[in-house]
Design a protein around this ligand. Structure first.
Ligand SMILES: [Zn+2]
Length: 229
């Protein structure tokens, strides 16, 4: 394990840099959430909770300007089904791993602890997607399905999307480089604004939960995002 501690992000695009929360206003927010520069630049309210934000209680989404009563979740059965969220009800979508919406003020949430959360954003519609994509979901092409969903539902060309991949488990801590699969599928679909923070959850247990390293006895990070009102 020690050999992986020197692992560095695979590339510099969209790196969750050394100053997570630099667009936050308080140290509490800074210690609870990480922010992705590409999404910040796109003016998309978002966050990725750190383990310092708490293990057994939800991170304070109000700090992100998100109403917890308008936070929508998914069952995340490691499949490739997506759902279109039309409003604040229902709050929970069974059987799906991806949520897409064009509703302003409705926040999407994906919970992970090694799998990737993938944020998708078309600023012109505007429309937002948040997808849970681990080994199985990536093999099943859920991100490609979400990109298709943007095109079919809203006419969003892939070239207009900003796509951000969150921290997730990566080689050598995991035998499958599913983040690479996600990147390849997105590029094949025509995505050009593609950002991968490159960070391995299992390499940084001070910041992230890792289901594999902690043998299932761990918490979850929350990936959240909301179209601005
Ligand atoms: Zn690692």
């Amino acid at each position: 394990m020690a050999s992986t501690s020197s692992a560095t992000p695979l590339d510099s695009t969209g790196s969750a840099d050394a100053e997570p929360g630099k667009n936050a206003t308080s140290s509490g927010v800074r210690s609870s959430w990480e922010f992705f520069p590409a999404l910040t630049a796109a003016k998309l309210p978002h966050g990725f909770s750190l383990r310092t934000g708490g293990i057994n209680h939800p991170p304070p989404v109000r700090d992100l300007g998100i109403d917890p009563d308008r936070l929508i979740g998914a069952e995340q059965p490691h499949g490739n089904e997506i759902a279109f969220v039309e409003n604040s009800s229902p709050r929970f979508y069974p059987g799906v791993d991806g949520l897409l919406t064009q509703c302003q003020g409705v926040a999407l949430k994906i919970r992970i602890a090694d799998c990737a959360a993938v944020y998708l954003f078309d600023p012109e519609i505007p429309a937002l997607g948040l997808v849970h994509s681990g080994r199985k979901g990536s093999e099943a092409g859920i991100v490609a399905k979400a990109i298709e969903g943007f095109r079919n539902r809203w006419g969003s060309p892939a070239e207009r999307l900003t796509l951000q991949i969150s921290p997730c488990i990566r080689p050598p801590h995991y035998e499958v480089d599913f983040a690479r699969q996600i990147r390849e599928q997105a590029l094949d679909m025509g995505v050009r604004s593609l950002f991968d923070c490159g960070t391995c959850t299992a390499c940084h247990l001070d910041r992230y939960f890792s289901y594999r390293v902690e043998k299932g006895r761990t918490g979850r990070m929350w990936a959240v995002a909301m179209l601005p009102v």
